[in-house]
Design a protein around this ligand. Structure first.
Ligand code: HEM
Length: 443
């Protein structure tokens, strides 16, 4: 058997080809566009924009509902994003739709099945119906409103337990000790993941999360690939353990499927790993973004503490104003027209969910943060159409419980220190959010 280091070295040419096709070509074209001042290229590439993408969204909005460069279209328009996401004329086209067909074929040949990421087929996020319908049907059973509703008590217990562990600790990193721990514990329960594996999975998920971003550098790609490989190896062992001793978790249910419902091992990996990673890599951002926003709006926090029924709407307002997933991509599957623009098959459109959620045609004074906004839930933060987030009600529940419990226990909790944003561009959240539990001392 080859050592892991030798295997990594032998696989280098394959890995490099995979990077060139998935990111490298795109990266050099986008970089060239960005150097020429093209707005869409800048929005994809400029690392500064991950700190504050909103002025660029407004610049794009000023140019009309859909803008385009030589390569791709882009929109921050709520009606356009909603229409494209719901249209069967657009799909994810295997995540590689923007490559010419021969290169797509080559990419499928060279991609390492043990390092497939969340947007590589057959991940649910990267396949279109009817294959998508087949996977989604199996997983959706675990996320019915009734099942999620029953998880409320468990989520409250987890939040309480995490805060118990922090008893007497005045200063801590909210992301590390609370916002990441709560969702990982809940999703790990759902997927039968042993407690001792959770922190390692969190670290790996964090490293692999950049694979959602377009145009990765070779170094970023290699690092993420290593993390994905380790996750796949872990998952293989997890499936073996579970198959030997099935429980009532989702992975056990998926391994027990029979007949035409049965998932092959690659499908099982991609479906299982996506639910696992989506379960903890997104909600952490929502909880962190919420605490940061409420810190900047203490009057609204006070109002919520006096009106706890408002937490649900507050969560939607954070989803709208600080969308944890800022961007997704769709490819035209056939010739079609949206907002007067003709799309030929294979043409892609970047859908800025975070920009659509600030569309003044839908939201009054969209830049203002207002936890009582009556139509906050009209956001597209969970996407729309067939890929609408499967974990939306779980994420809403987890976040409302996390925030209510946190501020009940520590009414004076505030940000104390310099927050650090994550380096990801599709995911918007914090890497570090230092907080202090005692009340802020007036200056
Ligand atoms: C704040 C938290 C979350 C946000 C903002 C979020 C956002 C999204 C978005 C935008 C998509 C669709 C992307 C697209 O259309 O291209 C999506 C899909 C998905 N999400 Fe979430 N998500 C969150 C939490 C969760 C949780 C907690 C789970 C699982 C427990 C989950 C599981 C999934 C799955 C499985 C899909 C793929 C659905 C499909 O392709 O049919 N998400 N999510």
């Amino acid at each position: 058997m080859r050592s892991p280091d030798l295997a990594r070295a032998v696989d280098l040419p394959r890995s490099f080809t995979s990077w060139v096709l998935a990111h490298g070509l795109q990266r050099s074209l986008i970089q060239r566009g960005a150097r020429k001042g093209d707005l869409i290229s800048r929005m994809v590439m400029d690392v500064g924009l991950r700190l504050d993408p909103f002025p660029a969204y407004e610049e794009l909005r000023g140019r009309g509902p859909i803008s385009a460069n030589d390569l791709i279209s882009a929109s921050v328009d709520h009606a356009v994003c909603n229409e494209v996401l719901r249209s069967d004329a657009f799909g994810t086209a295997g995540g590689q739709g923007e490559l010419p067909r021969p290169l797509q074929w080559l990419h499928h040949k060279v991609i390492d099945p043990d390092a497939l990421g969340p947007v590589d087929p057959p991940s649910m996020l990267a396949v279109d119906p009817p294959l998508h319908t087949r996977y989604r049907k199996q997983v959706a059973r675990a996320f019915t409103a009734r099942k999620v509703g029953r998880m409320g008590d468990r989520v409250t217990d987890v939040a309480g337990h995490l805060l118990d562990e922090l008893a007497g600790v005045e200063d801590f990193d909210l992301i590390e000790r609370y916002a990441s721990q709560l969702p990982v514990t809940v999703i790990a329960d759902l997927l039968g993941v042993p407690e001792q594996d959770r922190d390692r999975l969190l670290a790996l998920g964090n490293e692999a999360a950049v694979t959602l971003d377009p145009g990765l550098s070779w170094r970023q790609f290699r690092r993420a690939e290593d993390a994905l490989r380790e996750m796949h190896t872990w998952f293989r062992g997890h499936v073996e353990r579970i198959s030997a001793n099935p429980g009532d978790d989702l992975i056990s249910q998926l391994t027990l499927l029979e007949g035409e419902d049965r998932l092959d091992p690659v499908e099982l990996h991609q479906v299982g790993l996506l639910v696992l990673a989506a379960g903890f890599e997104t909600t952490v951002n929502l909880i962190g973004n919420a605490v940061a926003m409420l810190d900047g709006h203490p009057d609204q926090l006070r109002w919520l503490q006096e009106n706890p029924d408002g937490w649900g709407n507050a969560v939607d307002e954070v989803l709208r104003h600080q969308s944890p997933v800022q961007l997704t991509l769709r490819i035209a599957l056939r010739e079609t027209e949206v907002a007067g623009k003709r799309f030929l098959p294979g043409h892609g459109i970047l859908l800025y969910l975070g920009g659509a959620n600030r569309d003044p045609a839908v939201f009054t004074d969209p830049g203002a943060f207002d936890v009582t906004r009556p139509n906050a839930d009209q956001h597209l933060a969970f996407s729309a159409g067939v890929h609408f987030c499967l974990g939306a009600s779980l994420a809403r529940l987890e976040t409302a419980v996390a925030l209510r419990t946190l501020y009940e226990r520590h009414p004076g909790l505030h940000v104390a220190g310099r927050p650090e944003r994550r380096e990801t561009r599709v995911l918007r959240g914090f890497e570090r959010l230092p907080v202090r539990t005692t009340a802020r001392v007036a200056a």
